[in-house]
Design a protein around this ligand. Sequence first.
Ligand SMILES: [Zn+2]
Length: 204
Amino acid sequence: MQEINAMIQRLQDGNAEFVASLSNGETLAERAPPAELVQEQKPFAIILGCSDARVPAEIVFNQAIGDLFVIRVAGNIVARSQIGSVEFAASAFGTRLVVVLGHTKCGAIGATLSELQQPTENQSPNLRSIVDRVRPSVAELLETDLRHDHDALAAAAVRANVRRSVDQLRHGSDILEDMVQSDGMKIVGAEYSVETGRVSFLEG
Ligand SMILES: [Zn+2]
C-alpha cells in the first residue's frame, strides 16, 4: 500500500509540474523513455480517462512514454471492453494502481443531462449506449435540489460518474475484485479541471 501511495504521489507531482508549466510558459522537458521500453512496457498506473481532447493523461500527469496504460472513452464509462483492458494491463504488467479520471465540462455528462431533461428521438444507438452508462449516476442527482442549479448539477454529475466507474471496476469482474481484495490493487477516482489543469483525487 505504501508503494501505491508513492505512485499516486508521482501522478500528483507530475500534475503539479504540468500546472506550473501553464503559468510559467515553460515547455516541459520531454522525458526520454528508457531503451528497454521499446521492447517491453511497464506502466505504473492504468488510467481510464475521457476522450475529451483537453485531457491527455500523459501530458496532464507529465509522464513519459511507457509510464501509463491509458484507456480513453467518452465519459470515462465502464463497459466490458474497459474492464477487459484493465484486466489485461494488470495481469500482463502487474500494474496495481488504477485511476478513473473524469473532468470538468465533460461533454458526455452534459449530453446525458440534456437527454434526461429533454429526451431526443432518433439518437444513435451507439451514442445512446454511452449516455445509458452515465445516466444512473446523473438521474439520482436530478431528484435533489441540485436540479435547480445547472452548473452545480453538472459538477456533481462528473464526480458521481467517476465514483460509479470506480465502483464498476472494483466489482465488475472477479479478477479485479480478487486483485483489490488480496493482491494490492487500488482503484481511485480523480477529477481534472479543464479550467486550471489541476487534478484532484477524490476521497472514498
Ligand atoms: Zn469528457
